[in-house]
Design a protein around this ligand. Structure first.
Ligand SMILES: NC(=O)c1ccc[n+]([C@@H]2O[C@H](COP(=O)([O-])OP(=O)(O)OC[C@H]3O[C@@H](n4cnc5c(N)ncnc54)[C@H](OP(=O)(O)O)[C@@H]3O)[C@@H](O)[C@H]2O)c1
Length: 251
């Protein structure tokens, strides 16, 4: 029986991904900053562990408690919305600490065991903002685009050890806690000069042509984790799939 460790399982895509792997018979280590067992099925195959991906001691403690794992899913992430000009560098650093350095730190911490066993998969959850640029999310896009490049390079480096590294690129998911969790970072980030433009952008957000569900992402992560081909990118959700097709046809 295989074991998956998933970051950011308290809500949204991570929570549904934990349920999805459990339903397929996996051992699931669902990690959360604030552990809550009641959101997941009661099962011998589910363990909830505390993990903050920005804290080295927390990473070490979670991996010591988890035992050997076959798949790491780096799902934890935070957003930031607003004009770049009005985004303090402290906010940019905060976003990178979780979305970029958190992913790198988690990956580095599990690699020795995967390399030694010559098997295993790391799945990094980025975003469809890496497929087509969107305004007012420059810092967030930068944090996720860094992981796209990081993952593509690492996949080549680990090929010789039979360790696979994959990307899942979810589209816009209005039903997760992402927007409300992002809220406090956005206060005061639309200066007067940007207001008319921002209003048009936000109006488009409220009428999306297609959106991504938690299940879309859980299925894509499962596909990526079990994929034996060399496929690197797995867009998740109809909006992300459409953007991926457009970016392929431009290439
Ligand atoms: N929803 C979207 O529109 C969308 C689109 C594309 C990509 N994504 C990406 O998908 C992933 C999941 O997002 P979601 O939509 O499911 O949002 P969500 O409901 O806000 O879930 C994010 C999860 O990440 C956790 N987290 C935040 N900072 C963390 C840290 N330092 N250490 C460990 N866990 C941390 C949160 O935990 P707490 O409960 O403790 O805050 C939460 O469990 C993120 O990487 C996000 O960037 C989301």
């Amino acid at each position: 029986m295989k074991t998956v460790l998933i970051t950011g399982c308290s809500s949204g895509y991570g929570l549904e991904t934990a349920r999805h792997f459990h339903a397929r018979g996996w051992n699931v280590i669902a990690t959360m900053r604030t552990p809550r067992e009641d959101v997941l099925p009661r099962s011998e195959r589910v363990r909830v562990l505390a993990l903050d991906v920005t804290q080295p001691a927390s990473i070490a403690a979670a991996l010591a408690a988890s035992g050997p794992i076959d798949v790491l899913v780096n799902n934890a992430g935070i957003g930031a919305l607003g004009a770049f000009e009005a985004t303090p560098m402290a906010v940019a650093r905060e976003v990178f600490e979780t979305n970029t350095f958190g992913v790198m730190a988690m990956t580095q911490a599990v690699l020795p065991q995967l390399r030694a066993r010559r098997s295993g998969v790391v799945v990094n959850v980025t975003s469809s903002v890496t497929l087509a640029p969107m305004p007012l999310v420059a810092v967030y896009t930068a944090s996720k685009t860094a992981i796209e490049g990081f993952t593509a390079s690492l996949a080549l480096e680990l090929e010789a050890f039979d360790v696979r590294v994959k990307l899942v690129e979810p589209g816009y998911g209005p039903t997760t806690r992402f927007t409300s969790n992002t809220g406090p970072r956005n206060d005061g980030r639309i200066p007067e000069a940007y207001a008319p433009f921002a209003q048009r952008v936000f109006a488009a957000f409220t009428q999306p042509a297609a959106v991504t569900t938690e299940s879309d992402v859980a299925e894509a992560v499962y596909l990526a984790a079990t994929d034996a081909s060399g496929q690197l990118r797995f867009p998740a959700g109809p909006d992300a799939v459409a953007l991926a097709r457009q970016s392929e046809s431009r290439a």
